[in-house]
Ligand binder design. Sequence first.
Ligand code: ZN
Length: 327
Amino acid sequence: MAHIAPKGRKHLSADALFRLVHTGFDNIPDYRPADAEISLSDVLMSAFAMFSLKAPSLLAFDKERAEGNVHTIYGIQRVPCDTYMRERLDPLAPKVLRPVFTSVFRQLQRGKALAAMQFLDGHDLLALDGTEYFSSQTIHCAACLHRVHRNGSITYAHQMLGAALIHPDQRAVIPLMPEPIMNRDGTDKNDCERHAAKRFVAKLRPNHPHLKCIVTEDSLSSNAPHIESLQDYALHYILGVKEGDHTYLFQQVQAAEHAGRVSYYERHDRAARVVHRFRFLNQGPLNASKAEVRVNFIEYWERVVYLCAAGNSSCPTSSTIPLLPPV
Ligand SMILES: [Zn+2]
């Protein structure tokens, strides 16, 4: 976060943002008695410090804890050991952290730090992707997802749908509140990324009613119900598709190509000796069963140009070869 604070904007400095996070944690009700050994806000701030310092493990963070820097930088009175941290944080519902994400976002918005993140026509690029952050064959809880293997063994896991504003020219990203992918108590049916994405977009709008976004996701998200959800919440989208998973769409593009309705665009970057090639089709049907869901399709190839010694591109010894498979 510190990277995007321009000089002179004190309320966007790392210190100010850490204080804001701390205040947010202070407002989370502590479920333990007031005489708990270490305050919940100190435990949460310590966990935040661990990620902020990119500590490779709880053990490594324990070392930093002993050296004393985290107290002053993060305003922590007492830093818990890893066991105590787990005991206090495990029972917390992830949703209690939402106001902290929102308050940091508001601060960035007020400080105009989001202006640099605008990607296209006043819209921000919002990347969504599922990730697994815990798995075990022995340790599990009621909220664990479970994968039953052929030999009958079970892998337990926790996943989440991560969300962040990104920009190709900015190193910093701005994370939004992720959506946990976890089973509700008493249900056997696994939660999944698709359901999490639906919940995510429904919760996004109350927190950010005016945020203009282009959602970008992998091909798992290119399904009609999800696209309809995005449209319902006034979100634009750039989603991946795969020929193997979206056969109907690719067949339609092929048919349109034969009918001469596909457009091509090619750009030579002579300095980099690369040719960028695109083909696109507007308003193609995503699949046969939901033909009313129309999408704009774009396919891209990148080719490297090898020139002959004389630099003549029409010489038979010059050639172009694909650098990347079409995406
Ligand atoms: Zn679990």
